[in-house]
Design a protein. Structure first.
Length: 115
C-alpha cells in the first residue's frame, strides 16, 4: 500500500497508508488530519488545495480529471497544487497541507478552546 506523508504548516509530519482508489482527503481523515473544505468533495470550493512536495514519487497520483482542472486550471504545472478531494493516490507521496490541524493537536487543547 502506498504511504502518504502529510506535512502541516506547523512542521508536524503525519504518515498514513492509502488504499486503492483513496483520495488524499480520505487518507487524511483516517490519519486524523483535518483538511479544510466546504463543498464536501463536489469539487466546487477549492478550499482543500494541497501542494505536492518535490520528494513525492513522480507518478504519486492519478492524472487530474476535468472537474479539478476546471477549478485549478494549469496551475499544477507551476505550483504543484492539487485538490485533496480529487487527488487519487497511486504511489508514495508527501504533500504540504496549509490550514490543516491534526486530531492529536485538537485533542491536546484545553477544554473550551477546541474549534
Amino acid at each position: 500500500m502506498p504511504k502518504v506523508t502529510f506535512v502541516l504548516e506547523s512542521g508536524e509530519r503525519i504518515e498514513a497508508e492509502a488504499q486503492a482508489g483513496d483520495t488524499l482527503t480520505q487518507v487524511a481523515y483516517r490519519a486524523g488530519v483535518r483538511i479544510q473544505q466546504s463543498c464536501g468533495g463536489s469539487p466546487s470550493c477549492g478550499d482543500c488545495v494541497i501542494r505536492v512536495a518535490p520528494e513525492s514519487h513522480p507518478e504519486a497520483f492519478e492524472a487530474m480529471e476535468h472537474a479539478e482542472m476546471a477549478l485549478l486550471g494549469n496551475v499544477y504545472f507551476i505550483t504543484k497544487e492539487r485538490l485533496a478531494c480529487q487527488t487519487v493516490v497511486k504511489n508514495d507521496s508527501t504533500v504540504l497541507v496549509p490550514n490543516a490541524k491534526s486530531k492529536a493537536h485538537k485533542d491536546s487543547l484545553p477544554k473550551g478552546t477546541r474549534k
